[in-house]
Write a protein that binds this ligand. Structure first.
Ligand code: NAD
Ligand code: UFG
Length: 338
């Protein structure tokens, strides 16, 4: 069974490749290294003890993708490739619409032309917009996204559902991730952001390692238990295992399925800071800063559908997430080497 993993050199993709190899799948990875390094692929092989095929290719390169489908026997695709920075998407909307939407359309066209109709797609809790009240359920209204990145995820969900309506032979699994953090237990792979991190956990770990002076906590006047924003942090290995389960279902039955992948528990920014300090033994210098535009007070999942239908449940708690993030950062202070 051979699975094409687009964006497999990236943060979530690399962890998923390991779990796919551990589960006995053969994988073919495609990446253009826009936001990743070749070294992550070496470490996937090192940690899994298995070899796999890699193609440096952009998913918008139709000819290139077609050659890959002709050369390999691909049974299904897990599609991570895309751009993901909310702020950057506001500055460069056309790049985001082109990469994420045109890239996905190109990939689906090549899949269809080569008779491969099974795809697991990386969506995001951002598609719920700001009008729903947590816990968020898959049946809630989507849309009302507040930035081009979120809108690409929302639009791709619509494109995939129209594709399924046009041809019920497709198996499409849309996974809405909440906030992935943590790293592989070994500390050999993890999140390696370029420049100043946008997200909370990489910012905290960079303060802990001494690369940044102080964490800005974006707002302490939200309607939450301590006034800071509440999110559903999920260990990236739990997320990766969710993909293995979703893939198993997609391989066995056609359909369009949407699943939240979260823990169902919300933690505030200050809860995460405290948990990190406890797990690492390092004190985090922070100060309260103004709210970040576009942020909402609270966002956490109802993950019960994934448990009922996929038999998947997040197992790793916040301290383990923090300890694993810290192991990765402290043993790779500058991320992956070039
Ligand atoms: P990442 O940037 O680490 O990984 C994405 C990978 O895709 C990178 O290796 C990048 O080089 C590659 N890529 C980008 N555009 C490409 C293209 N046109 N052709 C080939 N390769 C390309 O990001 P991640 O955190 O691993 O996220 C993976 C997916 O999950 C993305 O689609 C992202 O939008 C989605 N997602 C991430 C989060 C999060 O918080 N990390 C939350 C929700 C959804
Ligand atoms: N935060 C800070 N300081 C920072 C960074 C973040 O206080 O330096 C706070 C935010 O205000 C928020 C929480 O930490 O309350 C989490 O922020 P992140 O940027 O880590 O994550 P978001 O929930 O804002 O965004 C994430 C992904 C998006 C995705 C969104 C919806 O980064 O891609 O979840 O699921 F769209």
């Amino acid at each position: 069974m051979s699975i094409l993993v687009t964006g497999g050199a990236g943060y979530i993709g690399s962890h998923t490749c390991i779990e796919l190899l551990n589960a006995g799948y053969e994988i073919v990875v495609v990446d253009n290294f826009y936001n990743s390094k070749r070294e992550s692929l070496k470490r996937i092989a090192e940690l899994s003890g298995k070899e796999f095929t890699f193609y440096e290719c952009d998913i918008r390169d139709k000819e290139g993708l077609d050659k890959i489908f002709k050369a390999e026997k691909i049974d299904a695709v897990i599609h991570f490739a895309g751009l993901k920075a909310v702020g950057e998407s506001c500055a460069k909307p056309l790049e985001y619409y082109d990469n994420n939407i045109a890239g996905t359309v190109c990939l689906c066209e090549v899949m269809k032309e080569n008779g491969c109709k099974k795809i697991v797609f990386s969506s995001s809790a951002t598609v719920y917009g700001s009008n729903n009240v947590s816990p968020l359920k898959e049946t809630m209204m989507t849309g009302g996204t507040t930035n081009p990145y979120g809108t690409t995820k929302y639009m791709i969900e619509i494109i995939l559902s129209d594709l399924f309506k046009s041809d019920n032979e497709w198996s499409i699994s849309i996974l809405r991730y909440f906030n992935p953090i943590g790293a592989h237990k070994s500390g050999r792979i993890g999140e390696d952001p370029n420049g100043i991190p946008n997200n909370l956990m990489p910012y905290i770990t960079q303060v802990a390692i001494g690369k940044r002076e102080c964490l800005g906590v974006f707002g302490d006047d939200y309607d939450t238990h301590d006034g800071t924003g509440v999110r559903d942090y999920i260990h990236v290995v739990d997320l990766a295992l969710g993909h293995v389960k979703a893939l198993g279902r997609a391989l066995n039955q056609p359909g369009l399925d949407i699943y939240n992948l979260g823990t169902g528990t919300g933690y505030s920014v200050l809860d995460v800071v405290k948990a990190f300090e406890k797990a690492s033994g390092v004190t985090i210098n922070y100060k309260i800063a103004p709210r970040r535009p576009g942020d909402i007070a609270t966002c956490y999942s109802d993950p019960s559908k994934a448990q009922a239908e996929l038999g998947w449940k997040a197992e790793r708690g916040i301290e383990e997430m923090c300890a694993d993030s810290w192991r990765w950062q402290s043993t790779n202070p500058n991320g992956y080497p070039d």
